[in-house]
Design a protein around this ligand. Sequence first.
Ligand SMILES: Cc1ncc(COP(=O)(O)O)c(C=O)c1O
Length: 457
Amino acid sequence: MTDQTRYLLSEADLPKFWYNVNADMPVPPAPVLNPMTLEPVTPDFLGVLFPMELILQEISAERYIQIPEEVREIYKLYRPTPLHRARRLEKTLGTTAHIYYKYEGASPAGSHKPNTAIAQAFYNKAAGTKALTTETGAGQWGSALSMAGKFFDIAVEVYMVKVSYNQKPYRRLLMETFGAQVFASPTDRTQYGRSVLAEDPNSPGSLGIAISEAVEVAATSGGAKKYSLGSVLNHVLMHQSVIGEEALKQMDMAGEYPDVVLGCVGGGSNFAGIAYPFLRENLRNGKRTRLVAVEPDATPSLTKGIYTFDYGDTAKMAPIVKMHTLGHNFVPPPIHAGGLRYHGMAPSVSALFDAGHIQAVAVPQLATFDAAVTFAQSEGIVPAPESAHAVRAAIDEALDAKAKGEKRIILFNLSGHGNFDMAAYQAYFSGKLEDYAYPKEAVEAALHQLPQVNLPA
Ligand SMILES: Cc1ncc(COP(=O)(O)O)c(C=O)c1O
């Protein structure tokens, strides 16, 4: 059919395996370090925070890891997600390009995050975990874990960055509807939160601080509580590979293969989810798709950050990894509305970018919302502000193809809907958002705070 708009797989097509990029990494992974000793971490150290099955996945070099049936059963609530051909957007742009998007906002929590939340809750349940702690910025990850925790009867404590907690009461209520407890971070519940508040009672919080609080609660719980992270770690990225595996089949249904695949990047998980299965095809089957990570100008960890060892959180309690970083003390400017605010980037995304296997672009905030509105008015879906960065870059690709008269096949991941993010749109419509490019000097200043690791940087 030539004018087909959606490419739908059946439940039987739901992937049975996650794809683990570690098996095909063209560059060897750097060791993960203990933040106290600066030596490679031991399973004992990680075992305080994560169940063993997830630690094994973190270091596994197996190419495919079977998805447990219990996880697939819950995936069936929303997977396989649809692949759309953005025909109306193509028409609006008058482009010669074909634009496809994989719609992860079709999940009940509204983003790709349940793909790993469900898996993490499953493995924690199997290991006897009673409660999970986590952080959330914009609230998508917290919502996903709250839902998954409820499905597996595990209590969930969410440390939500204070500025978002105040700006996004409906995200908080969604988490509470799923039965989670939500705290505005920095809180007075943790030693670290109290120390931040003592220095600045009006601290707006940051993801780095919220991670520190969630890690502290799990680490001091005597084993009853574990910590769950929504991005950055290998196992999280691997759980997201269902996106790209489905998209490969759906592009095949459409009779096309992408020239370029794009995803926005916070910690890297939705980008890796859609891009790594296509990277495998590049590395193993001679395909030549360009893989482009899209980040905000305000948090440019790939395009301006330094590739080195850094702490995963502000309080230096989470493991140290080698990644592109803006420094673990990074606090994003309050004028920035998107949720892509983590200071670092997944180690595998960082390593692949460094070695030239993937590309990165940074886009300004106002142009990003502009693209989001064009997309909403053409396709009817309001993108999450994070996903809007991928929309911007996809539109730029389509306009570039138009200028060159090329038929370019573009695929991007629409990682979530923005139905709970209308405050950010309101700020945009009322002229309260500004463009802000993170200064290179600030990154250089952060260099002085890096851990002094005795390994090649
Ligand atoms: C809708 C959406 N897309 C993307 C991201 C960025 O995270 P990641 O890079 O892990 O996909 C987030 C993070 O909160 C999100 O909510």
